[in-house]
Ligand binder design. Structure first.
Ligand code: AMP
Ligand code: MG
Length: 403
């Protein structure tokens, strides 16, 4: 049986960034850009007023201030119809283009209007004041973003302002989720005898969404080869297929054989950890220019699903979208906030809460791999190595964060 590190190494060896695709801007949020983008125009594209007021020639205000004749009004979106001559001004609104001849704008607050004239008061006016010259931000042809840049909201705005509505990025991976089990009913239903609600699908869908994948759940697959095969086949259209349940040793655990029948190559089955030992991983057939689907068969218990996701699916999703390379160690070290008695022959991921502002981890009283209620108040898992042992308060342990 593989250790967690060996299993993760086996997963990472089969994951690389997805082939680039064109995407709309909002859909590209958080993605890695896969092209250099140049500006198609100067920004600003014209000399622009930075305040509401009057466009003037600064030299007209040297010495004694005479009233200036207001020759037109330029609102944002309009263009000036004439150049300013000596002793002339144009009323102008923020964002509007300055008329030729004007070299500054005075704030409306420092002026007094008198019919067709304006009297400018206030401090001396220097050429260039409240005027943003054309090209001050950037020039046409200039590279504004480069391949490898991470697309933040401000960068998407920049792309829009240089005329892009689509960009080439490493796309967000698609994730199909298939919950399996004859005992499952959907959350809105009242479970009958022997039935339980499907809590895994919503959890995996939101975990995947949290890591910027495009996730969707397929209907519950029953433990029956035909129905299961049909749903898993649908799931193989995605970049990642996350299945829950049906990977243990029971005689209705049909997921491994069904996947292999669909041409998914098994890489490993079972990892030395608790909870989640029966975890299955394989790679589906290549899909055109896209690599084969990464298939994770997670054991059905909800906490096994979370641990399996955090350890193996999350790093794969990050690498698929071209994000930072993940090392085998996604844990940090923290001291224990209280003593703890651990027993078990496998490394155990025990729900814990970071306390004292995150400086120490307190293991929670936990009823095992189906107990989501405890996990819902945890911030992650303390990793206890295999073996029976008493841990002292303050002892350093590994901690696997949810986020
Ligand atoms: P399995 O891995 O199929 O043997 O399932 C292990 C345990 O997880 C069983 O108690 C299942 O009822 C439970 N389980 C399986 N799938 C789900 C699910 N989608 N939501 C909640 N619990 C589940
Ligand atoms: Mg099952």
């Amino acid at each position: 049986m593989l250790t967690v590190d060996e299993a993760l190494t086996a997963v990472l060896a089969r994951v690389s960034a997805l082939p680039p695709r064109r995407r709309g801007l909002v859909d590209a949020l958080g993605s890695i850009l896969d092209e250099d983008v140049t500006a198609d125009i100067d920004l600003p594209p014209f000399d622009k007023a930075l305040v509401d007021g009057y466009a003037i020639r600064a030299c007209d205000l040297d010495g004694e201030r005479r009233p200036l004749r207001v020759v037109e009004e330029i609102t944002a979106g309009r263009t000036p119809t004439r150049a300013l001559g000596q002793g002339e001004a144009a009323a102008i609104m923020t964002g509007a283009p300055l008329p030729a001849g004007a070299d500054a704008v005075v704030m409306v607050e420092n002026t007094r209007r008198d019919g067709d004239f304006v009297i400018v008061g206030g401090p001396p006016v220097k050429p260039g004041s409240f005027r943003l010259p054309r090209g001050r931000e950037l020039h046409a042809g200039e590279v504004v973003l480069r391949r490898g840049d991470h697309l933040t909201p401000a960068r998407l705005g920049l792309l829009a302002s240089v005329g892009r509505s689509e960009v080439t990025v490493i796309p967000r991976p698609t994730v199909a989720i298939v919950p399996t089990g004859d005992e499952l009913v959907e959350p809105a239903q009242i479970p009958g005898p022997g039935q339980i609600r499907n809590s895994n699908a919503v959890m995996l869908e939101s975990l995947a969404l949290y890591h910027r994948a495009v996730a969707h759940s397929l209907p519950i697959a029953r433990d029956e080869p035909e129905a299961l095969g049909a749903l898993l086949q649908q799931g193989l259209a995605a970049d990642v297929l996350a299945i829950t349940g049906g990977v243990s040793a029971g005689n209705r655990d049909l997921v491994p054989e069904t996947l292999e029948r669909l041409g998914v190559e098994r890489i490993f089955h079972k990892v030395r950890l608790k909870p989640g030992k029966p975890l299955w991983f394989g790679v589906g057939p290549a899909r055109g220019d896209s690599p084969g689907t990464l298939v994770f068969g997670l054991p059905g218990n909800p906490v096994s699903v979370i641990v399996g996701y955090l350890l193996f699916v999350r790093p794969a999703l990050l690498i698929l979208q071209g994000l930072r390379p993940v090392t085998a160690h996604s844990t940090t070290e923290v001291p224990l906030a209280s003593s703890f008695q651990h027993s078990g022959d496998r490394p155990t991921y025990h729900p814990a809460r970071l306390v004292g502002g995150g400086v120490a981890a307190e293991p929670l009283d936990w009823a095992g791999s189906a107990d989501l209620k405890t996990v819902a108040s945890a911030t992650g898992f303390v990793v206890f190595p295999a073996g029976d042992r008493d841990y002292e308060r303050g002892e350093i342990v590994d901690f696997l964060h949810f986020h």
